[in-house]
Design a protein around this ligand. Structure first.
Ligand code: ACO
Length: 402
């Protein structure tokens, strides 16, 4: 095990806190988490209630502005977002330039940076109108970027957004529709994706949100800071885990489907990897989001047309891990990513799109944190310290004498 005292030491003026496991770098009024009790609330509202009763755009409004919208506010917000979903034609062409095999996360990140070049009149960090324009631009256009990245990888034509569809339906049509066919999204699937986005909308100071704050602390604009968040999310220990979970389940299936054998290999560190979708820095009893995703996965995947043998493997993995001392001692439970991949796959997305879907859900959180920090007169540039462990002073040696 890790010697915690070696990770958290008071060394004079500087606290040595690897991975910021114990350091609060800001105050925030957006999201409350109690990791021991498995509580997650956005602006005071429990995640379970929001997942059941709300919609993603309503939750985005709540996370961004602090209150649930009235009907008029909700309609106006949705209208502004939909009207910004269309891209400048030259931006649209950009998505045709990426190689077909590109991973869609760097494509999304590149799209967001390109958006800042097309919107240099909304990159101010001090003009509230420009901050609002950038907020709406990002929420409106990010699903279009994600869908165009996907269409490019499929070699299919990119459709134009349709504003009579809901936010989620529009994204589904842009991803799966073809110009020659009517596209009718399945309401159950649309609702499942909407709920998944709600569950991802914010999660306080996770790696990507802290990245957005750190980049934003230099007074970089929202586009630049949010693109940095996308980049931070891409790693397998963070948002990249949802893709890794599905690939892990597929590997187990290809190897005969023996979940017990796989868990033994993880425990013996033979896989060289972790049980992807398990463990969380903050949740040490259970991740309340995982419980909600599991319900949806059970509902959608147990229906005959979607029935998925990978779900059986996942359920078995969870069962083994929850009763095994290795996982119990380390307090490792399924996190939100454990079941999301199965749902994304059932909806029809390829594995490399999973982390992009996480990013679309997390957008309101990233933007809200950037705005909260930017509006706080007490905020400072982020600048951690280090404990230097290199050579002490030594004299330069001429190249011929080394
Ligand atoms: N499988 C097996 N062992 C694990 C796992 C896992 N998934 N997670 C942690 N451990 C073990 C570690 O090896 C370590 O064991 P040791 O004490 O014997 O060395 C112990 O549990 C503590 O692990 P840390 O890495 O110190 O825990 P930390 O809080 O830093 O990491 C993290 C959290 C990154 C989520 C980790 O659990 C992990 O890598 N999980 C798999 C990836 C994953 O699912 N990420 C998604 C996170 S949720 C999200 O981003 C939405």
């Amino acid at each position: 095990g890790v010697d915690v005292s070696s990770l958290l030491k008071d060394t004079g003026d500087t606290t040595f806190d690897v991975g910021f496991a114990n350091t609060a770098a800001c105050r925030s009024a957006i999201t409350y988490i109690d990791g021991d009790e498995g509580i997650l609330r956005y602006r005071g509202y429990p995640i379970e209630q929001l997942a059941e009763k709300s919609t993603f755009l309503e939750v985005a409004y709540l996370v961004l502005y602090g209150e649930l919208p009235t009907r008029d506010q909700a309609d106006e917000f949705e209208d502004r977002i939909k009207r910004s979903s269309l891209l400048d034609e030259r931006m649209r062409d950009l998505f045709r330039c990426f190689p077909r095999r590109s991973h869609p996360m760097p494509v999304l990140s590149a799209g967001i940076m390109a958006l800042s070049t097309f919107n240099s009149d909304s990159t101010s960090v001090s003009d509230p109108d420009q901050i609002e324009t950038a907020t709406i631009n990002l929420l409106g256009k990010a699903p279009t970027f994600a869908a165009y990245g996907y269409k490019n990888s499929m070699g299919q034509p990119m459709l134009y957004p349709k504003n009579d569809l809901s936010y989620i339906e529009n994204f589904m049509r842009l991803s799966f529709g073809l110009p020659t066919e009517m596209y009718e999204p399945d309401p159950k699937v649309t609702r499942a994706l909407d709920t998944l986005f709600i569950l991802h909308a914010d999660h306080e100071q996770n790696c990507s949100t802290s990245t957005v704050r750190l980049v934003g602390s230099s007074q970089a604009d929202i586009y630049t800071s949010v693109a940095s968040g996308v980049n931070a999310l891409s790693g397998p220990r963070h948002g990249g885990a949802n893709q890794q979970v599905l690939e892990m389940l597929q590997r187990i299936q290809a190897d005969g489907g023996d979940a017990d054998k796989f868990v033994e290999r993880i425990k013996n560190r033979e896989e060289g990897a972790r049980l992807m979708g398990f463990g969380h820095r903050v949740y040490k009893n259970y991740d309340p989001r995982a419980a909600i995703v599991k319900q949806h996965a059970d509902q959608i995947l147990s229906e005959s047309e979607h029935h998925d043998a990978l779900l059986d493997i996942a359920l078995r993995l969870e069962e083994i891990a929850l009763s095994d001392d290795f996982f119990k001692e380390r307090r490792l439970y399924p996190n939100v990513d454990f079941y999301t991949g199965l749902l994304y796959q059932a909806i029809g997305f390829p594995t490399n799109m999973f982390t992009v879907l996480f990013a679309l859900g997390r957008l309101p959180g990233w933007i809200a944190h950037w705005r909260e920090q930017n509006a706080d007169p007490a905020s400072k540039i982020g600048r951690p310290r280090q404990i230097y462990i290199g050579e002490t002073e030594r004299d330069f040696v001429d190249i011929d004498k080394r």
